[in-house]
Design a protein around this ligand. Structure first.
Ligand SMILES: [Zn+2]
Length: 179
């Protein structure tokens, strides 16, 4: 995993992120920086819906969009809103290891049976639902995905600073992804 750069001191933060809201996010979450008071959001965080993740950040600090795999492709209006109306200038895109949106096909049967058992769907509808949507939400590999998604967002919002990050579920810390 040498594609990741740990943040254990302020100096570990990449030069282009230091002093930005993304640098602050890394300081709050990884380095226990004392919370400042914010009247408005400083950045947009895109992160997975996964239950194992919790960010240590002050109130009002960030807009957060949670979507499977930190995939913002289907949340564009909300991203635009955070930038245009919310006034944020940065996006922290936070993937994580052990993500459920990797290799969805392996969970096809569990997904279909779960919808039948837990939600009361009939089997055919559940199969169609999975087959229609799994290809849209599959992310392949967590690190590659967060890098490609960061590039896509930079092309879409050229004045916005976009940083790909990874959350490790073992130590619950944020890592910078080397590009
Ligand atoms: Zn995930």
């Amino acid at each position: 995993m040498d594609r990741l750069a740990a943040v254990t001191t302020e100096n570990d933060i990449f030069a282009d992120l230091r002093g930005t809201p993304i640098g602050l996010l890394l300081e709050y979450h990884n380095l226990n920086r004392d919370y400042e008071t914010y009247a408005q959001a400083q950045l947009l965080v895109g992160m997975c819906m996964d239950n194992r993740k919790h960010l240590h950040i002050p109130d009002n600090f960030a807009y957060i969009i949670r979507a499977g795999g930190a995939n913002l492709r289907y949340s564009e209006f909300k991203v635009s809103y955070a930038i245009a109306v919310g006034g944020v200038t940065c996006i922290a895109l936070i993937g994580h290891n052990q993500c459920g949106m990797v290799n969805l096909m392996a969970r096809r049967e569990a997904f279909i049976e779960g919808l039948v058992e837990n939600a009361g769907w009939d089997r055919e509808m559940a199969e169609q639902h999975f087959m229609n949507f799994a290809p849209m939400f599959e992310i392949g590999n967590e690190i590659d995905f967060v890098l490609s998604e960061a590039r896509r967002l930079r092309a879409r919002y050229p004045k916005i600073l976009v940083a790909p990050l990874l959350y490790k579920v073992e130590d619950t810390l944020l890592y910078q992804v080397k590009e």
